[in-house]
Design a binder for this molecule. Structure first.
Ligand SMILES: Cc1cc2nc3c(=O)[nH]c(=O)nc-3n(C[C@H](O)[C@H](O)[C@H](O)COP(=O)(O)O)c2cc1C
Length: 188
């Protein structure tokens, strides 16, 4: 698929609407190469990735459930169970981690965060270009200190995205996007 076509046709597919197969090692490798091609001011490489597949997804679900129970003990059993089983809905979860140097003399933290976001988008575009479906999620799990610590994040790291990747169960139409006249004006 051409780059422009991939950009214009990428659409989020929720994990409930995806199934097997997930990417094999070669396809995953291409996605990670695409992630590493993100714009990166100062070549800081302010991102890294955890690849969660197979039974690792059950471990991740246990971590989500444990975090929810400890952070919000009044959560219903149904919601806890939903979190426990959530990662199993996608064949692959890539945890995208931003590794920020807050004291860098030249590159502010927001630029490092932006580079991590670009890496995520590159990865999702590569997945789409190879025929896979994906969803970029964050939510309570990404923000949870218990989830972050369970995944081994350092103090200067945060979760930019939990990327659910698989094969769409049915074709997803590209959503309507804002037209150029809505988002851009000539200046001056
Ligand atoms: C940083 C970031 C975090 C997001 N987190 C969530 C999330 O936790 N849950 C969710 O449903 N969508 C989340 N989204 C939005 C979806 O990934 C998706 O972009 C949105 O539903 C629009 O669909 P589209 O990508 O097909 O345009 C997030 C998007 C970004 C950029």
């Amino acid at each position: 698929m051409q780059a422009l076509e991939a950009i214009l046709t990428r659409v989020t597919v929720p994990p409930v609407k995806m199934g097997e197969p997930g990417p094999d090692d070669a396809a995953l490798g291409r996605m990670l190469e695409a992630a590493a091609a993100a714009p990166d001011h100062g070549k800081l490489r302010p991102w890294r990735f955890l690849v969660v597949r197979g039974e690792g997804r059950a471990r991740l679900g246990e971590l989500f459930a444990e975090a929810l129970l400890r952070e919000r003990p009044a959560t219903s059993a149904a919601e806890v169970e939903k979190q426990r089983t959530a990662p199993k809905r996608a064949p692959l979860i890539v945890v995208a981690i931003a590794r920020i140097d807050p004291d860098h003399p030249k590159i502010p933290a927001w630029e490092q965060q932006a580079s991590a976001a670009c890496a995520v988008h590159n990865l999702l575009l590569a997945a789409h270009a190879m025929g896979f479906a994906g969803k970029w999620a964050t939510g309570g799990n990404a923000a949870s200190p218990i989830v972050q610590s369970g995944l081994g994040l350092a103090a200067n790291e945060g979760i930019t995205g939990l990327l659910y990747i698989g094969t769409a169960l049915e074709p997803q139409p590209a959503p309507a996007r804002p037209s150029p006249v809505m988002i851009a004006k000539a200046w001056p």
